[in-house]
Design a protein around this ligand. Sequence first.
Ligand code: 3PY
Ligand code: MG
Length: 261
Amino acid sequence: MNEKTTLADKLRSGKPAITGWSFVAAPLVPELMARSGYEAVTVDLQHGMHDFASACESLPLIALAGAHRIVRIPVGDNAMAGRLADMGAECLIAPMINSRREAEDFARSVKYPPQGDRSWGPFRAAMLSGQTSEQYLKAANAQTLAMAMIETQDAIDALDEILAVPELDGVFVGPSDLSLSLSKGGALDPNGEGTANACGEIAQRAIAAGKLAGIFCLSADKADEAVRQGFRLINYGLDTIFLDHAARAALKEVEGLSGPD
Ligand code: 3PY
Ligand code: MG
């Protein structure tokens, strides 16, 4: 497959992209989400059950289904960011980035010199993007996005310094952790007004610094609000929630069925 418009190009053009989110480490699941029409699918190695092996299998299936490939790495695992970029992830999301140093180390792990320290070996990534090694090397730093999750008070305090990291493409807000941190552990309130205001401010500051902004949304209304706040990479939809809701709905349909006495 020769990718004409990259995820990076789409997001930089100002168009929102909706990503589905996969916890379930069976590669068929992210593939199904891609085939259902999601523009991108995110494979989650932080809170999801995915690991390197299931991510390696999932990324080509997402690509074959015509969707963009995003991965969330475990906290602090920059080696995994480089490995999954090699396996074809077009966007790496790093959770719990709280300082300029953390943002810089992460972003440099997915950029080749002179912007970073990524080590050479993108056999799978070049193949999935339909590029020769030479073409891939030329395009990689621009087309492989590094997004730092902003989800604590410390990250907000360090936001200007984080946004000043040239190798970083954008920030991605985690409203659940953010609400926990802002309330000092008092409330898990990802959809609350205070959290929404903090999210909106992060988006505005990111945009003013020339960075992309993304966010995890737990409802269609929050996704709509996020787009109005300036976010462009929007997660809406999680495989485990889909399965849970669909299973309950199916059972409701046959509730009370009883065979002949
Ligand atoms: C958060 O809301 O904290 C997230 O990390 C979303 O996955
Ligand atoms: Mg989080």
